[in-house]
Design a protein around this ligand. Structure first.
Ligand code: HEM
Length: 365
């Protein structure tokens, strides 16, 4: 009994010594100086006294800027970027979901429209005589814009939906090859798109300035409400809307694409927020970090691109199966006189006044 008592006393004393030694030897991670300011290089929070310090620790980790990794930029001090998780959830959730609905929605809408209305015919039938509508330069620029956009759209859509739609069908190896190739193509074809965008803008901007006839055209639903086609110059109000969407979205997609190609070199999102705050009184955050800037650029790039894809699907429909005689304008450049009179009567009059209405027999005759 005496022996047991002495044993317990020795054990207790030893434990006391070990604990006190550990306390003395454990370095004190001083977090702050006397004023409470963080000390350079120190681990934040009172980590030695348990979980009560966790909030401060994580706050500092998320805030970053406690130091930099040698040779890296200032953002490298950021160990966890909370907005990254929000971005990831958005990128894998609402973004692809709403994009899919928008694209499937427009396809469904056009199919229903086509089933109900069928192809819009030239009401007087083809005259057999044609007028030159677009020059070779105009058609070349259009097709450069169209082909580059289609390649960008397909390779871009693969980045949003490929993993869900393509991967299970073609397998990992083929999907990997396609996606890597598609990514390079996407990066380079972007420049062809930008060149074509400038060409199309320069060639057609004068014909796309709104005028009083556009209002009548819109009120008559482009000829669907009431009788007869509303008059229009070279481009009607519907086409002008397409033109401006293409130009404005095209510029926006190009700028955000540039930011994605050259990470951490632009501050367009932060600048836009600041401009919006000062002009419209919005309260967008302007202290956007370099990483969040990239995330916002990626999201914006996708939203703009999907919107443009939806609009262009409708455009392709009208320019091909939807309307008799329209496609000729962009293939041979020659349109039937009756088609031109029906859809662009004021343009035909203008051409007539300028003596540029040299009608030719239809190429097919
Ligand atoms: C296979 C795809 C396409 C076809 C069949 C097509 C067809 C056409 C046709 C026939 C016109 C002339 C309409 C007229 O004579 O008034 C036109 C004009 C135009 N196209 Fe396309 N196009 C296609 C793709 C694209 C793409 C991808 C873009 C842009 C990214 C685009 C942008 C434009 C613009 C801005 C105009 C002038 C405004 C308008 O007519 O709406 N096109 N297209």
């Amino acid at each position: 009994m005496k022996l047991a008592k002495s044993f317990l006393t020795i054990l207790f004393a030893t434990m006391l010594v070990v604990v006190s030694m550990l306390t003395v030897l454990t370095p004190s991670y001083a977090q702050s100086n006397d004023n409470g300011a963080p000390v350079e290089g120190a681990v934040p929070g009172n980590t030695t006294s348990g979980s009560s310090s966790d909030a401060e620790l994580w706050r500092q980790i998320r805030k970053g800027g406690q130091g930099t990794v040698a040779g890296q930029n200032a953002g490298s001090g950021l160990m966890i970027q909370s907005q990254g998780e929000e971005w990831r959830q958005m990128r894998n959730g609402p973004l692809p979901r709403y994009s899919a609905w928008a694209i499937l929605g427009i396809l469904l809408l056009l199919s229903v429209f086509f089933a109900l209305r069928g192809r819009m015919k030239i009401s007087k039938g083809a005259s057999g005589r044609t007028i030159t509508r677009f020059t070779l330069l105009e058609r070349g620029s259009h097709w450069l814009l169209a082909s580059s956009f289609i390649v960008l759209a397909l390779s871009g859509l693969n980045l949003i939906f490929g993993k869900t739609v393509l991967l299970p069908v073609i397998g990992a190896s083929a999907f990997s090859t396609i996606t890597i190739f598609g990514k390079f193509v996407h990066n380079y074809v972007g420049f062809a798109f930008m060149v074509a965008l400038v060409l199309v803008a320069v060639l057609w901007i004068v014909h796309n300035i709104p005028n009083r006839h556009d209002l009548v055209w819109i009120l008559k639903g482009g000829g669907m409400i009431g009788k007869g086609h509303p008059p229009a110059k070279k481009f009607n109000a519907g086409q002008k809307i397409i033109f401006w969407i293409v130009i404005l979205c095209g510029v926006s997609i190009s700028m955000s694409g540039w930011a994605l190609l050259n990470p951490f070199t632009t501050t367009m999102m932060a600048d836009t927020a600041a401009i919006s705050n000062s002009i419209f009184g919005t309260e967008f955050a302007t202290n956007i970090g370099a990483i969040q800037e990239q995330q916002l650029q990626a999201t914006w790039h996708t939203i703009m691109a999907v919107f443009m894809i939806v609009v262009i699907i409708a455009h392709i429909y009208i320019g091909s199966v939807g309307m008799e005689g329209a496609l000729d304008a962009m293939t041979s450049g020659e349109v039937d006189e009756n088609w031109a009179m029906e859809h662009h009567s004021l343009w035909v009059e203008e051409m007539d006044e300028e003596n540029r209405l040299a009608s030719k027999p239809h190429p097919a005759e």
